[in-house]
Ligand binder design. Structure first.
Ligand code: TYM
Length: 334
C-alpha cells in the first residue's frame, strides 16, 4: 500500500481540510504496516496558479508544514515534503502533457469554478493543474489517495492518464490510484452559505474555522454561523432541504464519531441556540491542542526546513525509478 496526498499551502488549514482529508492521512499513517508507505506533500507548485508575493509563499509552506505536523503527521514515519524540492513532479507532468487530452481537461469542474467567466484570462497553469496532480500521484505509484469529495474528478483523470500512457507505450508502468473519501465529512460547507464548500479562498473569514483560530474566535464563528429557525428533528432525514443545519449536524457527528441520526436524537426538539454552544465546545476542545502544537512548531523555521529537506530526499529517491522508466518508455534519452 502506498498512500499519497497533497494540500495547497495557500492560506490556513481549515476545518474542511482537516475533516475531509488530514484526519484520514493521520489515521492511515497510524494504521500503516511495515510494507506500506505514506507520502504527504505541500502542493506549492500547484499554488503558483494563485499570485503570491515571494515572502508570503515562503511563509505559507512553513505554515502548512507546521500545521500538518501539529495535526498528527509524523515526519519520521511519513515522508513529508514540498513539491518544489522534488523536480520529478514537474518533469513527469511535462511527459504526461503528451498523454492528457484537452477534452478531458475541459471537463474539469474545478477549472471551470476557479476560472469563472474569464476563461481566456486564466493561467495555463490553472488549466493543466490536474496533469501535475496526476504526476504527483503516478510518480510514486500511489495506490490510495485520501482526499475530500472535491478531488474525486481529478483522481479519475489521474486514472485515465495512467491507463492511456500504459496502453499507448505498451507498458505496465503506472498504478491506477484509488481515492479514499470519508463518508460523513467529504464535503464540509461554508458557515455562511450551506451551498458553498468551506474554502481557503472564500473572502469571508467567518465562513471557515481555521486551525489557528483561538477559542473565542471558534465560538464566535459557530454562534454566528448561518442556521435556521426550526428545531432539530428526531432523525437526520428531517434535515432535508436545510443545508446549513445539515452541515452543522454533520460537523458535530464527525467530531464526536457518531452518526447524524444520533446527533439529531440528542438535540431533537431543541433549537440552534442550544446546539451551537455544544458544537463550539467540541470544536474548541478538538482544535486547541493542534493550535498549541502549531504555534510551538512555528517558532523554529530551521527545524521545519530540515523536515522538508529530509522528506524531499526520500521522495526524490522514491519517484526516480518511475520517472526514469517513463522517459525510457517514451524513448527519451535522459
Ligand atoms: P486543497 O489544498 O484544496 O485541499 C486539501 C484537501 O482538503 C480537502 N478539502 C475538503 N474536504 C472536505 N470539505 C471541504 N470543504 C474541503 N476543502 C478541501 C480536499 O479535497 C483535499 O483532499 N489539488 C489538491 C492538492 C493536490 C493533491 C495532489 C491531492 C495536489 N496534488 C495529489 C491529492 C493527490 C488541492 O488543491 O487540495
Amino acid at each position: 500500500m502506498r498512500v499519497l496526498s497533497g494540500i495547497q499551502p495557500t492560506g490556513n488549514l481549515h476545518l474542511g481540510n482537516y475533516l475531509g482529508a488530514i484526519r484520514n492521512w493521520v489515521k492511515m499513517q497510524d494504521e500503516m504496516d511495515a510494507d506500506s508507505q505514506c507520502f504527504f506533500f505541500l502542493a506549492d507548485m500547484h499554488s503558483i496558479t494563485v499570485h503570491e508575493a515571494r515572502e508570503q509563499r515562503i511563509r505559507n509552506v512553513r505554515d502548512m508544514a507546521a500545521a500538518l505536523v501539529a495535526a498528527g503527521i509524523d515526519p519520521d514515519r511519513s515522508v513529508l515534503f514540498n513539491q518544489a524540492r522534488v523536480p520529478a513532479h514537474a518533469e513527469l507532468c511535462w511527459l504526461l502533457n503528451g498523454t492528457a487530452r484537452i477534452g478531458w481537461l475541459n471537463r474539469m469542474t474545478q477549472f471551470k469554478d476557479k476560472a469563472g467567466k474569464d476563461r481566456e484570462g486564466a493561467s495555463v497553469g490553472l488549466f493543466v493543474y490536474p496533469v501535475l496532480q496526476a504526476a504527483d500521484i503516478l510518480a510514486y505509484n500511489a495506490t490510495h489517495v485520501p482526499v475530500g469529495e472535491d478531488q474525486k474528478q481529478h483522481l479519475e483523470l489521474a486514472r485515465d492518464i495512467a491507463a492511456k500512457f500504459n496502453s499507448d507505450f505498451g507498458v505496465d508502468l503506472f498504478t491506477l490510484p484509488d481515492p479514499i473519501i470519508p463518508k460523513e465529512s467529504a464535503r464540509i460547507m461554508s458557515l455562511r452559505d450551506g451551498s458553498a464548500k468551506m474554502s481557503k479562498s472564500d473572502p469571508s473569514d467567518m465562513s471557515r474555522i481555521n486551525l489557528t483560530d483561538d477559542d473565542d474566535a471558534i465560538m464566535a464563528k459557530v454562534k454566528k454561523a448561518k442556521s435556521d429557525q426550526e428545531m432539530l428533528p428526531e432523525t437526520a432525514a428531517g434535515l432535508a432541504g436545510r443545508p446549513e443545519a445539515s452541515n452543522l449536524v454533520g460537523i458535530l457527528a464527525t467530531l464526536t464519531a457518531r452518526t447524524p441520526d444520533a446527533v439529531c436524537a440528542e438535540f431533537a426538539g431543541k433549537g440552534f441556540g442550544a446546539f451551537k454552544p455544544a458544537l463550539g465546545e467540541v470544536l474548541v476542545e478538538t482544535l486547541r491542542p493542534i493550535r498549541q502544537r502549531f504555534l510551538e512548531l512555528r517558532t523554529d523555521d530551521a527545524a521545519l526546513d530540515a523536515i522538508l529537506d529530509k522528506g524531499a530526499a526520500k521522495a526524490a529517491a522514491a519517484a526516480e525509478p518511475t520517472l526514469r522508466a517513463a522517459y525510457d518508455a517514451m524513448g527519451l534519452m535522459r
